[in-house]
Design a protein around this ligand. Structure first.
Ligand code: DAH
Length: 342
């Protein structure tokens, strides 16, 4: 009898401990089978009651049933605990720690700015076009009235993939590719990445995004050119931003201009951002050179147009006051998360 009772206690203790330690429903089921299943020791002990001397049976039976019921009750409790907390914390886990937020993607400031620029030009009738990043020297230089001995074609600042294939140094070659396919009128904006053997410093990157623009039609005048660009500047930078067209030179425009906007920080007073001039350059532009039309078979007596090209990163830096272009190439999501508009 003593042996019987002490075996029961032992079973009760180890059963209770095994139930408490079960970390998942499947584990709990294994414990149930082990302690209360048909071949379990408790079941055998219960059967053994019959073999005890008659006067001992009531007490032994009662005790065995108590243990059985207690284990059943503990199993029940543990089962509902596990159901309530499916991912039961491992020992040592601090359940009071704040949860990990779900990671949300965000668009890059260059993507935001490029979309905004294209959307403004869309209202003026410009559609988006694309072209290849590996470009022939014909499209990248020659068709744009830039002879191959021009400094821009120099191996010093161009990535050559083969003798007559380069990583495009600007998005301007897409002008030619589109004009070859379409008859005028043409109004396109061309976002895309371009490559130059530039140092990677605070204001240069060897790969960067540009947006090219081209408008060709009968009767496009210098007035339409200036008005379109000034409209874009006011829409993008704000109504009180002034635009300045400074005479310049590009082989594919005549006349050519650098376009400046009044400094967004000092509004023209002169500060460190605009190096004291009150103006910040945002793009190269001009009236399309007739030689470019001749190269695509457009009648240069009948058609005129304007073109422009701007660096998206520079504009993003102005918009978001980013001091160093290299920040645009960081893959740190904490940087990206700052820009997305709601
Ligand atoms: N392609 C020029 C560059 O990358 C920018 C440019 C200047 C584009 C004048 C134009 C333009 O379309 O008319 O520096």
């Amino acid at each position: 009898m003593e042996v019987f009772l002490s075996s029961l206690r032992e079973l009760e203790e180890s059963g209770a401990a095994a139930i408490a330690a079960a970390a998942a429903p499947e584990e709990l089921e294994r414990v149930r089978v082990e302690y209360l299943g048909r071949k379990a020791r408790l079941t055998q002990l219960l059967r053994g009651v019959r073999e005890l001397p008659e006067e001992q049976r009531p007490e032994a039976g009662a005790e065995a049933n108590r243990v059985k019921n207690r284990l059943l009750e503990l199993l029940d409790q543990r089962a509902s605990q596990l159901a309530a907390a499916p991912a039961a914390a491992a020992p040592g886990t601090d359940l009071t720690l704040p949860g990990r937020g779900r990671w949300r993607g965000a668009r890059h400031p260059c993507t935001l700015v490029a979309d905004e620029i294209c959307d403004i030009f869309k209202e003026l009738g410009f559609v988006r076009a694309r072209g290849p990043e590996a470009e022939t020297t014909w499209y990248n230089f020659t068709a744009l009235n830039t002879p191959l001995d021009h400094p821009a074609a120099d191996e010093q600042d161009t990535f050559y993939l083969a003798e007559d294939i380069v990583l495009r140094t600007h998005t301007s070659p897409v002008q030619t590719r589109v004009m070859e396919k379409w008859k005028p009128p043409v109004r396109i904006v061309v976002p895309g990445v371009v490559y130059r053997r530039d140092p990677f410093d605070a204001s240069h990157a060897p790969a960067f995004e540009q947006i090219e623009g081209l408008a060709v039609d009968e009767g496009i005048s210098f007035v339409e050119f200036k008005a379109s660009i000034s409209y874009f500047v006011r829409r993008f930078f704000g109504e009180d931003t002034a635009t300045r067209f400074r005479p310049s030179f590009f082989p594919f425009t005549e006349p050519s201009a650098e376009v400046d906007v009044s400094c967004l920080l000092c509004h023209g007073e002169g500060c460190s951002a605009c190096k004291g001039t009150g103006w910040i350059e945002i793009m190269g532009a001009g009236m399309v050179d007739p030689a470019v039309f001749d190269n695509v078979g457009y009648d240069s007596e009948r058609y005129t147009g304007f073109a422009f090209g701007m660096g998206v990163g520079r504009i993003a830096m102005l918009r978001y006051r980013i001091p160093d272009i290299r920040l645009l190439y960081e893959s740190d999501v904490r940087f990206l998360e700052q820009f997305e508009r709601a």
